[in-house]
Structures are given as C-alpha cells and as structure tokens.
Write a protein that binds this ligand. Structure first.
Ligand code: BGC
Length: 257
C-alpha cells in the first residue's frame, strides 16, 4: 500500500514541531503543532514530548520522520550543541521508535529541510552546488551537489570572528540574547555568507529556519556573489523534509513501496 501521509517532527533547541505531511505534494495536511523543548532537554524528557506530539496529531500511521539538531549517522546522535549533552551517543531513532511504537527515521534537521527544498521548493531540479542555511537556535547547513546531499556539513560550526563557532556570532538565539536590531543582524549574516561564498562558491544559498519569513527585514544587507533565496516552505521545510526522509529511508529498507 502507498503511504503518502507521513508524520514529520522537527526537534529544535527551543521547540518541537510536527505535522502530517502529504509527501506527494510536499504539503502539510494537519495543523502544525509546537511544544516547547523541555529544559533540560534530556533524552527522556524529549522522548516524552515526541510521544505527546504524536498523540496531539492523532497520527495512526506506522512511519515517522524526524529532524534532529545534531550530527546524525544511521539514527545515532554524534554532537550536542543546542540540546542536552547526554544525547551524544544515543540511538535517537531507536529511542523514538520505542516510545512511539512506530518506525522512526532520524537525520540532521538542516539536512532534511534541504531535502524538502530540493524536492519541492526553490532548489527543485537545480544542478551545481546549493547550500541551505537554517537560522534558528543554532545555524544548520545542508550542502547539495547536483541534487545529492553531502550529509552533516556543520558550516555553522566554523570558527568565526573570534568565536569557536559561527552560530555563536550569528543565529536567532544570538539575535535575541544580544538584542541585535535587524540591521546589525543582517550585517553579521552577510559577513558569514561572504566566508561561506568564498569557500563553497554555491550557485544558490537558501535561507531556512524560523527567521526565513522575516528575511525582508535584513535582506538589504545581504550582498554576496551567490544567489540568495528564502526557503519556499519557510519554517515548514524541516517538518516536510523529515517526513520525506522517512519515506526515502523506509523505501531503501524495503519496508515500503
Ligand atoms: C548543530 C547542527 C544543527 C543546527 C541547527 C547546530 O548547532 O550542530 O547539527 O543542524 O544547529 O539546528
């Protein structure tokens, strides 16, 4: 049987969001719900919210996709910048599958958001290199070359402006913490994009994450050689991409046709 509606869950540093996605259209079919990320964001606490969200969505399907804000390999978490340190080494896919009683596939949040924009959004059919940057609590990146994803790129963690990671200089959490106005935010983001442009020369940079719908507020400061566009699905790209990722992985595993 064809599974076209899949629950996508986007675990972020500040909120855990989910909705059921029609993966043929790349569109939400239920209302997006958001629950604040528990503090501390331990595996037990986040797993509880994960299960709560499934209940709230009334989802009865067997397959769930999830974007997670860490380096992810085969469902296992390898870093913990904006989530409790105890996540490192945890098999996130196994944990979420256990608490939900479903088959859950988990990958990096920016990578899945990128998959969604490349399949349904502004990156559709594009050759060459395309970089999606999600601006949220952290700074996530997803690099595509001729439509293929290079996983776990983590360009938000390049040392930058005296900080150990660029996301400590420019992200939405830094904007709030340092009370940056949009001009300062835009200037900082452009400085970052200049470096990214120099090292990758992407044909297109896609801005995603919570801030993408407010791009017009700082757009005037963005001036790099690469073309820059906002994610067509804005902040939904993470949820849609998570569902798409589950479909692709389940297909590979032969669990689904
Ligand atoms: C993490 C990335 C993640 C990004 C956005 C960064 O701190 O290292 O894995 O994609 O935040 O959530």
């Amino acid at each position: 049987m064809q599974t076209k509606n899949i629950l996508g869950i986007d675990v972020g540093g500040s909120g855990i969001k989910g909705a059921v996605v029609n993966i043929e259209k790349g569109a939400l079919v239920t209302e997006r719900m958001k629950i604040a990320t528990p503090k501390p964001s331990t595996p037990e606490a986040v797993a509880e919210v994960f299960a709560e969200l499934i209940g709230q969505q009334g989802y009865e399907g067997q397959l769930i996709g999830c974007g997670f804000p860490s380096i992810m390999k085969e469902g296992v978490c390898y870093s913990a910048s904006n989530i409790d340190k105890s996540w490192k080494g945890v098999d996130v896919a196994a944990l979420f599958s256990k608490v939900s009683g479903r088959q859950v596939f988990v990958s990096n949040d920016a990578d899945v958001a990128g998959l969604s924009e490349m399949r349904y959004g502004v990156g559709k059919g594009l050759k060459g290199s395309v970089l999606l940057i999600t601006i949220g609590t952290g700074l996530g990146t997803a690099l595509f070359t001729d439509g293929h994803l290079v996983q776990n790129t983590e360009f938000g963690h390049i040392p930058f402006k005296g900080k150990a990671a660029a996301e400590k200089y420019i992200s939405n959490s830094v904007r709030k913490k340092e009370n940056l106005d949009w001009d300062e935010f835009g200037r900082r983001f452009n400085e970052y994009l200049e470096v990214i442009n120099r090292i990758l020369s992407p044909n297109l940079i896609i801005i995603g994450g919570g801030i993408s719908s407010r791009y017009h507020l700082f757009e005037e400061h963005i001036n790099v050689e690469a073309e820059v566009k906002t994610a067509e699905m804005f902040n939904h790209a993470g949820i849609i991409g998570a569902a798409l990722f589950a479909k692709l992985e389940a297909g590979k595993a032969g669990a689904l046709r």
